[in-house]
Design a protein around this ligand. Structure first.
Ligand code: NAP
Length: 327
């Protein structure tokens, strides 16, 4: 089978290599899955660069989420599972940038056999991130206001839909007009392009109400500026720092208004949450993706042989959607 790996950390389009491996065999309690699709996420590229929160031993196989069909089962697994379409729960050990992957049975969640495999392949990382950011830090009542930046990212798109389902109101900030137009055309509410008057624009949309949650993917000063519109005791959730800058909150917000800053990492939740919570959460998201309630735009998908082009395209920003491998 064909698989992607790195033997050294570095620029993704240069260090990722295609290797030919023999097909793995599922051991007791494992499934062999023929991958149908696996996305390229910014965290994959950080891992390849050696700058992510996880640094695997080298050589390292790649890809931590995806969807495929069960083609063989190991001992103790119901042979009737052969043919099922399964979502592989995220984890660096899943090695989904490959034609085949062996996974423990508990990491394979059955999903809709007729839904779009590209959408199903993206359930593991970004929809769950959006869901947990909305649910785990503040008790948001119906009509609560949530502001987010990087709203055209996959996380941002899922957050808009999940917030809408929960009856929350969102304000969605992007950094360029083209992305704003795409969001508006897709029915995303309250889209703003960041600029010097951003806080005034958000204030105008709030119409005298206060924000309940600030969700920040950028780092730097923007979240701190938006925190001026948070209710006392409100929270800023930082799940990325795309600008490379540290997250800055004004001392007046921290001390006089009890605003707090929280970092979120999906990996921590996957390592610590009860297994039933994880499995039930993914089943619920798989249902929402399967029936089309949740989706993220896809710019392109590539066969594994075209990995250099796929990775280079994914490593550029100002995209119209995600880049995936399809097998
Ligand atoms: N903490 C966690 O557990 C967790 C989980 C999932 C994702 N993440 C992180 O969340 C971020 C979004 O992930 P994704 O997969 O949803 O992304 P994505 O769909 O690949 O989109 C990337 C986004 O980043 C924006 N961006 C890139 N560089 C930027 C900059 N310098 N300033 C402003 N915006 C910038 C892009 O804006 P343009 O379109 O304008 O280029 C786009 O909105 C990534 O950093 C990812 O690593 C974290």
């Amino acid at each position: 089978m064909k698989a992607l790996q790195i033997a050294s950390f570095g620029k993704p389009s240069e260090v990722v290599e295609l290797v030919e491996l023999s097909d793995p065999t599922p051991a007791e309690g494992e499934l062999l899955v023929a991958l149908e699709a696996a996305p390229i996420n910014p965290s994959d590229l950080l891992l390849v660069r050696g700058t992510y929160g996880l640094r695997p031993a080298l050589p390292a196989r790649l890809g931590n989420e995806g969807v495929g069909r069960v083609v063989e089962v190991g001992g103790g697994v119901d042979p009737a599972r052969v043919g099922e379409r399964v979502l592989l729960l995220p984890g660096q050990e899943q090695n989904t940038w490959a034609e085949r992957a062996v996974v423990p049975e508990r990491d394979a969640v059955t999903v809709d056999g007729s839904a779009d495999p590209l959408q199903l392949a993206m359930i593991g990382v970004n929809p769950m991130t959006a869901r947990l950011v909305l649910s785990d830090y503040a008790e948001l009542k119906a009509d609560a206001w949530v502001v987010q930046n990087s709203a055209n990212s996959a996380v941002g798109r899922y957050l808009v839909d999940l917030a809408r389902l929960a009856g929350l109101r969102t304000i969605n900030i992007v950094r360029r007009e083209e992305a704003a137009e795409q969001l508006r055309a897709d029915g995303v509410p309250n889209v703003l392009v960041s600029g010097p008057d951003l806080v005034d624009q958000v204030g105008a949309l709030l119409g005298g109400e206060q924000l309940d949650l600030v969700v920040d993917a950028l780092g730097g000063e923007q979240a701190g500026q938006l925190a001026a519109l948070l209710r006392p005791g409100g929270k800023v959730i930082a799940y990325s720092a795309l600008t490379g800058q540290p997250h800055i909150l004004p001392i007046s917000a921290l001390i006089f208004r009890d605003i707090s800053l929280h970092g979120f990492w999906l990996h921590t939740w996957l390592e610590s949450a009860p297994r039933t919570e994880i499995e039930n959460g993914y089943r619920e998201l798989a249902g929402l993706v399967g029936d089309g309630t949740l989706s993220a735009p896809v710019e392109a998908s590539y066969p594994i042989d075209q990995f250099r082009e796929a990775i280079s395209r994914s490593d550029r920003f100002r995209r119209a959607g995600k880049i995936l491998f399809s097998f």
